[in-house]
Design a protein around this ligand. Structure first.
Ligand code: SF4
Ligand code: SF4
Length: 162
């Protein structure tokens, strides 16, 4: 698999996407970027594409997944997938069902987690475009396995934080 071109294609598709019709960073002074010390989990082989870009990211490799640390500022087109799709995440259940859901990790930090205000409702097209994208991406075995593992972790966090 040519992962560099694969992710180049994915980044071109997703970097223009935004959860709201305006920059949600204005709501919270870019809280998720300020929290970047926690690190962003990268998709399988995503680092191979990121390593071809000019960024000041630090990527820490791990057996299960790679983690990216940043300075809290980056170019829009170099944002990792985890940042572009936040606060949504592609939950992939045991039976293979895919659902683009609000990420439990946004609880207590991302204003979009609480979408009971009409102005904060996520763009339906944002969710739909992510669904189409991830439906395609899970055809790859490594990405499928990664999303299954992440989904189980997120479901565990959900249970523990109820
Ligand atoms: S995704 Fe959430 S935390 Fe991040 S900038 Fe938008 S509203 Fe703020
Ligand atoms: S990589 Fe960019 S978008 Fe993601 S948290 Fe860091 S500064 Fe924000």
């Amino acid at each position: 698999m040519d992962w560099i071109n694969y992710y180049k294609h994915i980044y071109n598709k997703i970097s223009p996407l935004t959860p709201l019709y305006f920059d949600c960073g204005e709501l919270c002074n870019q809280k998720c970027c300020q929290d970047n010390g926690k690190g962003m989990i990268l998709f399988p082989h995503e680092k191979e594409y990121l390593n071809t870009l000019s960024t000041d990211f630090t990527i820490v490799e791990n057996n299960d997944f790679d983690t990216l640390f940043c300075t809290g500022v980056c170019q829009r087109e170099t944002r990792p997938i985890a940042c572009v799709i936040y606060p949504l995440f592609p939950y992939l259940y045991e039976d293979g069902r895919l659902d683009i859901r609000i990420d439990i990790r946004g609880k207590n930090s991302c204003p979009l987690y609480y979408d009971d205000f009409e102005e904060l409702s996520l763009q339906p097209l944002f969710r739909l475009k992510l669904f189409v994208l991830f439906e395609e991406m899970i055809k790859d075995k490594e990405i499928f396995k990664f999303l299954r593992m992440m989904t189980d972790e997120l479901l565990t966090i959900e249970k523990l934080t109820k």
